[in-house]
Design a protein around this ligand. Sequence first.
Ligand SMILES: NC(=O)c1ccc[n+]([C@@H]2O[C@H](COP(=O)([O-])OP(=O)(O)OC[C@H]3O[C@@H](n4cnc5c(N)ncnc54)[C@H](OP(=O)(O)O)[C@@H]3O)[C@@H](O)[C@H]2O)c1
Length: 211
Amino acid sequence: MSTAVIGTGGLGSVIARVLASGGEPLRLSSADSASARRLAADIGRGAVAAVDNHDALQGADAVILALRFTVLKSVIDEIADGLTGKLVVVPSNPVGLDAQGNVQRLLPEGQPSGEVVAGWLPAGARLAMAFGSMSGNLFESASNRSPEPAVLFYVTDDNRAGEEVERLIRTAGFEPVKAGGIKQSSRLEVGGDLHDLIVGPATARSLIGGA
Ligand SMILES: NC(=O)c1ccc[n+]([C@@H]2O[C@H](COP(=O)([O-])OP(=O)(O)OC[C@H]3O[C@@H](n4cnc5c(N)ncnc54)[C@H](OP(=O)(O)O)[C@@H]3O)[C@@H](O)[C@H]2O)c1
């Protein structure tokens, strides 16, 4: 098994580090390839910098698109032919900054980002929205918590994608809990009731039921 991480900025680098700690072989790419090369060198054994986004997918079973929402569609279009048959994990929150520097949601109120992303993917790609439900710092510090692991929520409409993303979540040192189908993706994003929560499995399951 190996995973491509496309986008090695604030969040992608943290995701890559925790997955590599869990033993996942990684193929990394970034916009200009320099940050992917630096991160691969930093992680060392098990992580390689790909030449470009297409190359990152070579031999990978899954791809994590750790990209800003505004560039997500163009990267999906660029690598669409390589996504069929793969798990596609999207941690992107549909947010940007307005002219005053305030965080604003880029989609109309009530529109789940997962539905929008699902519409951009080619047939045969298996989508799970995951790994973007907490800030990078929180994510890194909560990984491999003991004695009780912290939960990482995910959503998907695809059972196989659910099994695959659960493996990645466990590899990253978390307990996976499904928060529902893709329509529930807004609960995971900035402003959602499950965002930036560090909870154990029992609390997580009661929260899921309580939406
Ligand atoms: N940062 C967090 O704590 C956090 C937490 C939860 C969710 N998220 C979500 O995660 C997503 C990424 O956030 P971030 O903070 O990691 O952003 P970021 O620091 O700006 O990193 C974005 C990465 O995307 C890469 N990139 C841009 N265009 C690309 C292209 N065409 N092909 C390949 N790579 C490309 C950049 O490459 P270069 O390095 O070469 O510039 C950079 O590595 C966002 O949607 C955000 O909402 C972030």
